[in-house]
Design a protein around this ligand. Structure first.
Ligand SMILES: *Cc1c(COP(=O)(O)O)cnc(C)c1O
Length: 389
């Protein structure tokens, strides 16, 4: 009998109080108590992403891909030049969405496991008049963390807006939207935000709203159009009833609980916890002799780890690890899909979850025929957790 831990890069393990909030009777979307909860969640997005009241929050029913679609549908018009900083599968999805809305897209592509530097972006921005740069903060297909602050600065210097996919980073990796000059930052509920799947969360800068207001053409997506949603978000923040499309009431009640926990911990502590646990997992993986997809620790994410299978082991090991108590994910990047697996460690994750996951990974690897010495990974992981390495 096992109680496996869900340690994939989303959805993740959720706190019991968040799950209990999901089970409350569904309120009317215009019930004053719900209006207050939704209004609070909207205002709190600014505290999560570190931006002031001039930034516009949006919370929509849909997954992270809807957040991507919404950002692009409102900010890209036919013929707009977009530079996509490409660090993997999700960067390429963003490129596809930009093309769908008529953007003329250039990719600045890293080899799987590599990143793109601010100076590479600055050089490319000399080549054409780009209006928009997109960045995937953590590409979940490679575990690569990209330098959002540096690339945003390069984009600002060239007069381009910046959209950042923070789905696998928000409320985990360090992120300072206003200080870093990010125009739209977005995420989804089921990753480090710590709520079951179904909500798209976005925060837009005054410059992004200005670009949207100056559009020459209507937004092609009916559901995503900020023209429909901005009055709704303003009404909820102003504690007034409004309706365009029914919000995901139960999820928003749960979101409010989870955001409250995150803000009570404090963003600096949240960033530090993810850094520590991420380093601890990576130390355990390295101690077992496994490589990792990111080509340098300096650009490895802290919200997930992408270990390479050791020689003689393939994705079949994941069933053994699951039987040993941890549900992990297989590879996602098409070029290297069968060479690595993925461990998510974000949101409500604890040091004990991480130790249990490494222990299950060790046992699973042994079942798969890889002769790792029992406890080796745990010693390395524990060493980081107690601050001795
Ligand atoms: C998970 C993820 C997405 C997609 O989110 P869905 O909720 O699956 O639509 C987009 N970008 C990144 C970086 C992700 O990790």
């Amino acid at each position: 009998m096992t109680r496996p831990l869900l340690m994939i890069p989303g959805p993740v393990e959720f706190n019991d109080d968040v799950l209990a909030a999901m089970a409350l009777p569904t309120a009317s979307h215009v019930d004053p108590a719900f209006i207050a909860i939704f209004g609070q969640a909207l205002a709190d997005l600014r505290a999560l992403f570190l931006a002031d009241d001039s930034y516009q929050p949006l919370i929509l029913a849909g997954s992270g891909t809807l957040a991507m679609d919404t950002a692009v549908a409102n900010l890209v018009e036919a013929g707009d030049r977009v530079l996509v900083v490409d660090t993997g599968y999700f960067s390429q999805r963003l490129a596809a969405i930009c093309r769908r809305y008529g953007g003329v897209v250039d990719l600045l592509s890293a080899a799987p496991g590599d990143t793109i530097t601010p100076s590479q972006v600055a050089d490319q921005l000399q080549q054409a008049a780009y209006g928009l740069v997109t960045i995937t903060h953590v590409d979940t297909s490679t575990g690569v963390l990209t330098d959002v602050a540096g690339i945003s600065a390069a984009a600002k210097a060239a007069g381009a807006l910046v959209i950042v996919d923070g789905v696998c980073a928000a409320a985990g990796e360090e992120m300072r939207q206003q200080a870093w000059g990010v125009d739209v930052y977005f995420t989804a509920s089921q990753k480090a935000i710590g709520v079951p799947p179904g909500l798209a969360l976005l925060l837009a800068s005054p410059a992004a709203l200005g670009k949207w207001r100056a559009r020459r053409t209507p937004v092609a997506s009916y559901y995503s159009d900020w023209g429909e949603w901005l009055p709704i978000m303003a009404a909820y923040e102003g504690r007034r009833p409004a309706y365009f499309a029914t919000p995901a009431v139960n999820l928003i009640v749960a979101l409010n609980v989870s955001i409250h926990r995150i803000l009570a911990e404090g963003m600096e502590k949240v960033f530090a916890r993810h850094r520590l646990l991420g380093d601890a997992v990576k130390a355990g993986i390295a101690a077992m002799g496994l490589g990792q997809v990111p080509t340098h620790p300096a650009h490895a994410a802290h919200t997930l780890t992408c270990p390479r299978y050791p020689a003689g082991v393939d994705a079949g090991v994941l069933a053994h690890i699951r039987a040993a108590g941890a549900i992990l994910a297989g590879g996602l990047h098409p070029a290297i899909r069968n060479e690595y697996f993925r461990i998510g460690h974000m949101g409500a994750v604890t040091a004990n979850d991480v130790l249990a996951t490494l222990a299950a990974t060790e046992r699973g690897l042994r079942q798969a025929g890889y002769a790792v010495e029992p406890g080796l990974a745990l010693a390395a992981t524990q060493g980081v957790l107690v601050g001795e390495s």
